[in-house]
Design a protein around this ligand. Structure first.
Ligand SMILES: N[C@@H]1[C@@H](O)[C@H](O)[C@@H](COP(=O)(O)O)O[C@@H]1O
Length: 260
């Protein structure tokens, strides 16, 4: 696992560089998109590069991590709509190139199985963008999630509903109780994981992710088993890392040829 500690703007550039490098060398690449505030600067940077530098996603496909169950199709916080607003509508994905789990399906388990199959049929995710919840969840794999889980329905914790209430007029009652989420094993199948975390509220989760014992209690710890995981954090999110000095030295002396 590579840990990079830098200001938020630089982290966004680093993540955008990785995505741009992938898409320019493999235009038909499959990228994994995350919601939440953590990737927003990355999406801004990709939109800028699309407009100013001709970065094209015309042949690229994308899969979302998760979706609330039951939010009406037009609800602005439905993740499909969030991704449309924050990135898809700002670049040139082909129609239907961005897919997400269907939180409005009549048969949710069948929708989850179909989603897993769609990812496999696309050849798997090349680069997965991730954020992390304050309780260590990735996508919506809450504490207690099986490390071998696949896309399925989950119940959100009170903590996550509280954290996400800011998107629902600060009213926790408006936050759905259920979601569909890629499982931890689904996420682990992606070839490269790039997680972004900023702010003190993420410091404990980031410490556990990188340095804690692998456990369903902190689902992001499963990333320690991934052969190509990159964790991009600012000083505040890095503030509980035991080996922060080592990570800083390692990045400062990183050979130019190495890439992310
Ligand atoms: N399902 C999303 C996650 O994918 C995201 O990583 C997390 C953190 O969000 P933020 O980046 O806003 O802190 O929030 C939600 O629960």
């Amino acid at each position: 696992m590579e840990i990079v500690i830098a200001p938020a703007e630089e982290l966004a550039r680093i993540a955008a560089d990785a995505i741009e490098g992938l898409v320019r060398s493999k235009p038909e690449a499959v990228i994994g998109l995350a919601t939440g505030s953590s990737p927003l600067k990355v999406y801004d940077e990709l939109a800028r590069r699309h407009t100013q530098d001709g970065l094209s996603f015309a042949q690229t496909r994308a899969f979302m991590l998760d979706e609330y169950v039951g939010l009406p199709a037009e609800h602005p916080e439905r993740y499909r709509n969030v991704i449309e607003t924050e990135i898809a509508s700002r670049v040139d994905f082909a129609p239907d190139a961005v897919q997400g789990p269907d939180g409005l399906a009549d048969d949710l388990p069948a929708a989850c199985a179909a989603y897993e199959q769609a990812i496999v049929d696309a050849g798997g995710v090349d680069l997965q963008i991730l954020g992390i919840g304050t309780d260590g969840h990735i996508a919506f794999n809450e504490p207690g999630s099986s490390l071998a889980s696949r896309t399925r329905i989950k119940t959100l914790t009170a903590q996550t509903r509280e954290d996400n209430a800011r998107f629902f007029d600060d009213d926790i009652e408006q936050v759905p109780r259920h979601c569909l989420t890629q499982g931890l094993a689904t996420i682990m199948s992606a070839k490269h994981l790039v997680l972004l975390a900023t702010g003190k509220g993420k410091a404990e989760a980031v410490h556990q992710l990188a340095e804690g014992a692998i456990s369903a209690l902190w689902p992001a710890t499963v990333m320690q088993l991934h052969p190509h995981a990159t964790v991009l954090v600012d000083d505040a999110a890095a503030s509980r890392l035991q080996l922060a000095d080592y990570y800083r030295q390692t990045y400062a002396s990183k050979p130019g040829w190495q890439g992310l």
